[in-house]
Each structure stands twice: as structure tokens, then as C-alpha cells.
Design a protein around this ligand. Structure first.
Ligand code: FAS
Ligand code: PHB
Length: 393
């Protein structure tokens, strides 16, 4: 087999990159370890930055998002039994965010790819990466019991945190930066109307909570829980009672609870690998970085990586600009580290990181300052809607 760009992983990063390349007449093959249904079954992100929605529209997969997604012009921060609104329109130069689940983004991309007849190989568990230091890289794997070699010009490692791609960068070159948080997020999906028309991020002495949504009839809620917790310890009743106990009274009285249709605990970590390229291998999305979901950046950083790699590859194939290839890692990492900072900061400000009463009072002062002053609101809003993309040159 041969293609121009070989993509490992059919999550949002791999599918979005594949769709943009396909539309630009650049051939690509996606090789995915799991089944399509399994990929769709993972409940993950819910908030899209304008850069992400713009890219999805450019990839011609934004129609359902624009029809069913919810544009949010504000987000709310709850603490000390009060709620303060962060007016994104006012403090982020008129920008907004789109609430549209990652599952739907993935579904739209999968359907568009199938319609375009682009090659996606699912349930391939044994992909290996070869010759990335040469001009003839390839992937090897087994399809229907037959060994396959996929020769290509470039390899995009879109295989997530547990993928193989970053390990193809020699350890003496590869730098890894990690911070693991001493808690996780217990998430519940329910067919109930959201408690609020906008997301509510809450700090409480018992721990963080988040009120989000997937539609006007489907809600997504999270609670900070110790890493020792198991999802089987949490009945629906226990979850709703704990959530209400952390919310301001005025909000809790509005909550409509109901049976959970999905319940899971996700650990929180910050992680970055540098560089994000080696020879003809380029790391994209969670394969290169993980953020705590408090800043709603994970999926959006995958999209900005895709933007940079696609813009460069488009110029390589259409204008011979191979001089741009070495720029990818630096461009991506510049935005990644600023988003890592914001995600770490939001997590530190809203979670119980310390038992020291001094730290709690500093947290409250920080929440009061950043939600109670123009300059504080401006920095919060501009980071939340997403920092601008740079030109690739
Ligand atoms: P993904 O992990 O989505 O996709 C990688 C794909 O590669 C997977 O389909 C995997 O099966 C495949 N793969 C792995 N190894 C392979 C191999 N060897 N061969 C072939 N294929 C292979 N982000 C937010 O913004 N908000 C959130 O609330 C949020 N919640 C999250 C909850 C959880 C439990 C997790 C794990 C992540 C969450 N994220 C959240 C982040 C998440 O949305 C990611 O940022 C997003 O999925 C990134 O997309 P990809 O980079 O495509 O990686
Ligand atoms: C979600 O809806 O899943 C969600 C929204 C915002 C976040 C994290 C998760 O910051």
C-alpha cells in the first residue's frame, strides 16, 4: 500500500487531519486500533473554541454542529455560595464558544470520511512505525491475517496518550514534562435539562464541580473525587446529593436529576512531550500533550495541532515548501504551553489542592480578583475562548 500521509489513530485529531488533507487532494490512510463504535462510545469533551469550529467548517463537517450546537457567550464561576458570570463577548473581543460534544464531532468526521471514500482501517492492533529518519517512512500492520506495509511521505501520530507514536522519538532526543493531580473527575451524563443555560465551574470546600451539557435535554456533570474512589462507589443518588451540596443553594434548587446514562472517573494530568516531530513523524493531539479538562482545552489543542500540520503539509504538496516542515513543533508547542498554563491555573484555582487554610484563602482571593475585575475577567475570557493561531509562514 502507498499513500502520501499515513495517520495513526481515528480520534478527532486523526479524523480532522484526514478530512482536511482529503479535501486538499492529499491522499491519506487512517489506521485505528479500536472499532469505530468503540471510538464513538468514549464520552469526552464538550466545549469547542472558535478556532476549532472554524476548522470543522473549513473541513466541510460543520453543518450539524451549526444546526445542533449551542453558542455560549458566557461561562459562570461559582464560589462562596455566589455565581459570577464571565462575559466572553465583552471580555474576549466578541468571541464565544460552541457547546457540541466530541462524540458528535467524531461522528460527523467519520461520516464525511466514509462518504469521501477515504481509507480507514479499524481494529488494527499491531501498527509499527518504520524509517521515519529517512525519506521513505512506513507503517507495518496486519489486516485480515496478512502483513501490510503502508509506504508514505509523512506519518501523523494521532494515537492519543496511550499510543505508540511518541515512543518512536529516541529517548535521548525526547523530553517529557508531567504533572499528575491528586484527584480525578467523576462524570455523569443524564437525559435531564441542564441546570443552567451556561456552564458553571464551581469551587467548594468539599471539592470542584462542573455543570455542563450536550443539548437542552442532555446534561453532563462532574465532581472532583479522590483518586481512591471507584465509580461503583457512586450510586446516582449519592452523585446528585453530593453535587447539590457543592452548588449554591439557588442553583441546587433548580437541578433536575435523573438516571445516569454514563458514569466514569477520569484521572487528571498535565503532560507535554518535546519535540513534537522527528524526521518525517509528526505528533498531533493527545499523542503529544494532555491537559486537565478544567480549561476545556484538550480537544481544542488537538485541533490547533491539526491546523498547523495541515497548513504546512498543504504548502509542502502544493507549493514545494518543505522548508516549513521544521516549524511545526515550535508553532504547536508555543500555543500548547500557554494552554497548559491556563488549564493548570484553572485547576489550581478551583480544586482542593491543599489542606492548608492559607492556600484556601489565597484561592478565594484569586477567584474574587479574576471574576471581579475587568483585567481579571479579560485574561480569563481570552484564554477560555482560545488563544489565536499563528501563521505557518
Ligand atoms: P484520542 O485519544 O481521542 O484518539 C486517539 C486514537 O488513537 C484513539 O481512537 C485510539 O484508539 C487510537 N490509538 C491509540 N493507540 C493506537 C495504536 N497503537 N494504533 C492505532 N490507533 C491507536 N478534553 C476536553 O477538552 N474536555 C473534556 O472534558 C475532556 N474529557 C476527557 C475525558 C477522558 C476520559 C479523556 C481520556 C480525555 C478527555 N479530554 C477532554 C481530552 C480529549 O477530548 C482529547 O483531548 C481528545 O480526545 C484528543 O483527541 P486525539 O488527539 O484524537 O486523541
Ligand atoms: C464537558 O462538557 O464534558 C466539559 C465542558 C467543559 C470542560 C470540561 C468538560 O472544561
Amino acid at each position: 500500500m502507498r499513500t502520501q500521509v499515513a495517520i495513526i489513530g481515528a480520534g478527532p485529531a486523526g479524523l480532522l487531519l484526514g478530512q482536511l488533507l482529503q479535501n486538499a487532494g492529499i491522499s491519506n490512510v487512517i489506521v485505528e486500533r479500536r472499532s469505530g463504535d468503540y471510538v464513538l462510545s468514549r464520552i469526552r469533551a464538550g466545549v469547542l473554541e472558535e478556532g476549532t469550529t472554524r476548522l470543522l467548517r473549513e473541513a466541510k463537517v460543520g453543518q450539524r454542529m451549526d444546526a445542533e450546537g449551542m453558542v455560549h457567550h458566557g461561562v459562570q464561576i461559582a464560589f462562596m455560595d455566589q455565581i459570577r458570570r464571565v462575559d466572553l463577548e465583552r471580555y474576549a473581543d466578541g468571541k464565544s464558544v460552541m457547546v457540541y460534544g466530541q462524540t458528535e464531532v467524531t461522528r460527523d468526521l467519520m461520516e464525511a470520511r466514509a462518504k469521501a471514500g477515504a481509507v480507514s482501517l479499524y481494529e488494527i492492533p499491531d501498527v509499527s512505525i518504520h524509517n521515519v529518519e529517512t525519506d521513505h517512512p512506513s507503517l507495518q500492520f496486519t489486516v485480515n491475517g496478512e502483513k501490510e506495509i503502508l509506504e508514505c511521505d509523512y506519518i501523523a501520530g494521532c494515537d492519543g496518550f496511550h499510543g505508540i507514536s511518541r515512543h518512536a522519538i529516541p529517548s535521548e532526543i525526547r523530553g517529557e514534562y508531567e504533572k499528575v493531580y491528586p484527584f480525578g473527575w467523576l462524570g455523569v451524563l443524564s437525559e435531564t435539562p441542564p441546570v443552567s443555560s451556561e456552564l458553571i465551574y464551581g469551587a467548594h470546600s468539599k471539592g470542584f464541580f462542573l455543570c455542563s451539557m450536550r443539548s437542552l435535554t442532555r446534561s453532563r456533570y462532574y465532581l472532583e473525587v479522590p483518586l481512591t474512589e471507584k465509580v461503583e462507589h457512586w450510586s446516582d443518588d449519592r452523585f446528585w446529593t453530593e453535587l447539590c451540596s457543592r452548588m449554591p443553594e439557588s442553583t441546587a434548587s433548580q437541578l433536575v436529576s435523573g438516571p445516569s446514562i454514563e458514569k466514569s472517573i477520569a484521572p487528571l494530568r498535565s503532560f507535554v512531550v518535546e519535540p513534537m516531530q522527528y524526521g518525517r513523524l509528526f505528533l498531533v493531539g493527545d499523542a503529544a500533550h494532555i491537559v486537565p479538562p478544567t480549561g476545556a482545552k484538550g480537544l481544542n489543542l488537538a485541533a490547533s495541532d491539526v491546523n498547523y500540520l495541515f497548513r504546512i503539509l498543504e504548502k509542502v504538496y502544493h507549493a514545494g515548501r518543505t522548508d516549513l516542515l521544521p516549524r511545526y513543533s515550535g508553532l504547536a508547542l508555543d500555543r500548547i504551553w500557554k494552554s497548559q498554563r491556563f488549564s493548570w491555573w484553572m485547576t489550581s484555582m478551583l480544586h482542593r489542592l491543599s489542606a492548608n487554610p492559607f492556600d484556601h484563602r489565597v484561592q478565594l482571593a484569586e477567584l474574587d480578583y479574576f471574576t471581579g475585575s475587568d483585567e481579571g475577567l479579560r485574561t480569563l475570557a481570552r484564554n477560555y475562548v482560545g488563544l489565536p493561531y499563528q501563521d505557518v509562514g
